[in-house]
Design a protein around this ligand. Structure first.
Ligand SMILES: [Zn+2]
Length: 177
């Protein structure tokens, strides 16, 4: 059996042998022992590192394997569900984002429309003249621009069709209605 006393004897023999050697050999032995120890440490480090990587990739592989199995079962049950229920498998779920993307791309490709303010010609007739008063109450003909201008500026206008007098009061009475 392997006992501590054996180690002590063994070690004692080594020390005796070591002391018996010349100094040059002793230095060489020390260097060799140190080198072996360093190599042993490096070896142990890489072995542990390798074991760690092995365990890491093992777990990673198991993870992807379980993920694949889960996905497989999901696809199988999904297929069974649509086969049993008879519903059409919705495949547009993957197409709509692309369509939206293309629409967005199209919209982005289009030059941004410069919202030019419409060049509004300076209206001689103010906005107070509403469309409902642009017709003569007497003859029913439409007021001309000249009549509207006269009505808004001077407050009095005459219908060019029937000659009836139109005043600002008439305009006000129409607006109040
Ligand atoms: Zn008239």
């Amino acid at each position: 059996m392997f006992e501590f006393s054996d180690i002590a004897i063994w070690w004692q023999e080594i020390v005796t042998w070591f002391l018996a050697q010349p100094l040059f050999a002793q230095v060489l032995v020390i260097i060799g022992v140190v080198a072996v120890l360093v190599l042993a440490v490096i070896l142990v480090y890489y072995v542990l590192k390798g074991v760690a990587y092995l365990i890491y990739y093992l777990f990673k592989g198991i993870y992807y394997l379980l993920k694949g199995i889960g996905l497989l079962f999901y696809k199988i049950f999904e297929g069974l569900y649509y086969a049993i229920s008879g519903k059409p498998k919705p495949q547009k779920c993957c197409e709509t984002p692309n369509e939206q993307q293309t629409q967005q791309q199209q919209s982005t490709q289009q030059p941004p429309q410069v919202e030019e303010e419409p060049i509004v010609p300076i209206q001689k007739t103010p906005q107070v003249v509403h469309p409902e008063i642009t017709f003569c109450s007497e003859c029913g003909n439409k007021f001309t621009d000249t009549m509207l201008e006269s009505l808004s500026t001077s407050g009095v206008a005459y219908c060019i069709h029937c000659g009836s007098k139109k005043t600002q009061d008439y305009q006000m009475s129409i607006e109040s209605q």
